[in-house]
Design a protein around this ligand. Sequence first.
Ligand SMILES: Nc1nc2c(c(CN[C@H]3C=C[C@H](O)[C@@H]3O)cn2[C@@H]2O[C@H](COP(=O)(O)O)[C@@H](O)[C@H]2O)c(=O)[nH]1
Length: 366
Amino acid sequence: MSDDEVDHELIELLRQSLLGSKPNPDDITSDTKVLRHAEYIYNNSIDVNIDARGTRAAAQLIWSQMQLRCYSTETWSEHELHPKAKDEATLNFIFVMDLLNFSFWSEKPESERYAVEYRGQTWTGYWSLVACLQRALDEDIPITTPSFYADESECPDERIAYVFRSSTGEEIPMLQERITCLRDAGQVLEDTFDGSVANLVAAADNSAGKLVNLLAHRFSCFKDESIYEKRAVRIMKRPQILVADIWAAFNEESYGEFHDIDSITMFADYRVPQILHTLGCLTYSPPLDSTIRTQRPVDHGSSYEVQLRGCSIWAVELLRREIVRNNPGAKVNAILIDFFLYDLAKEKEKAGEPAIPHHRTRSIWY
Ligand SMILES: Nc1nc2c(c(CN[C@H]3C=C[C@H](O)[C@@H]3O)cn2[C@@H]2O[C@H](COP(=O)(O)O)[C@@H](O)[C@H]2O)c(=O)[nH]1
C-alpha cells in the first residue's frame, strides 16, 4: 500500500479513537479511494507492467488525436444512439444503461454472436444495449422508468427478455443477472429515493465522488471491489461510468454539474485495457500474455484480473499527467481520455486492425 494510503488509514483510525466514533455508514464521503487503490495494485503487480516509453509516446498520440477531433463532453451526445435531450428522461436512460453496461463479449463467431437490429443497422457489444433501450422506448415499453422495471407484474421477466431480444441465435449474455439488477436497483430507487433517479443524484450534492460512494453503498450491484494481496481494493467501474455519462450527456450542467469530476478515474472494463496494450502502455508477463492470447477465462477477483483492472486505471492516470505536463492548462481528465480510448478501440476493431484479444472475464461488474 502506498505511503499515502497508509497515512490515510492511520488518520482515519486516529480520528475514530479520539472521537470515539465509528463513521456513520450513512456519512457518505466524496473520497472514492479508487485511484489510491489502483496505485497500490500497480505497485504490487508482477504480471502487468506500465511501459514508461510506450506511455509517453501514447500520450502525445492520444492528445493530438483528441484535439484533432475536438474531443469534449459534446462528443457523447454525437453518438447516434445516445439520447440528446437534456432532461430527466435522459437521466433515467443513463441510469438503466449503466446499471446493465457489462459483459457483451461472445464466444461465438461474429455472424452468430448476440446482435440487435435497430434503425436499419445491426448493433453488437455496448451499442446493442443502447439499441435495445431505444427500441423499447420506441415500442412504448417504459424500460427506463424505475417504478416499471421494479414491478414484476407490470414488467415480468418475459417482457425484459423481449426488450433484449436478439436478431441471432444467441441471447444477450447474463440475461438473468440483468433482470436481477433491474429489480434490485428499481426497488432501492422506489424505497429510498421515491422512485426518482433525480433524487439519487441530488443526494450527492454535486459531488461525483459522493455519488459513486452513494451508488456503491445503496446498490449492491454497483459495489465493484475486490481483494488484492489481502487488502480490499475499490475499482467502481459502473458507478464511475454512470457519473461520467451524466456529466458528459448534460455538458457539465444541470444533473451533470459536479465540482470534483476530475476525481473520477478510467473505467476498468475489458475493452480499454486491450487498447492500452495495443498502444504500448501495458505489457504482460508471459503466462498472462498466453492466457489472454489463447482466450482462456480470467476469473473475476483473480490476481490476473485485478492487476489488469488496477494497472489500466493507473496507466490512464499516467497518460493524463503526461498530457498535462506537456500541455499546461490542457482541459483533459481521465474520463475524456477513457471515452476516447474506448472509441479508438472500436474504430480499430471495425477497421480489422490486428490486436491482442481482450481478457475474458464474465461478470456483472464490467
Ligand atoms: N472504459 C470504458 N468502457 C466502456 C465504455 C463504453 C461506451 N461508452 C461510450 C460513452 C462515451 C464513449 O465515447 C463511448 O462512446 C462501454 N464500455 C465497456 O466496454 C465493454 C464493451 O465493449 P464492447 O463489447 O467492445 O462494446 C463493456 O465492459 C462496457 O461496459 C467507455 O467509454 N469506457
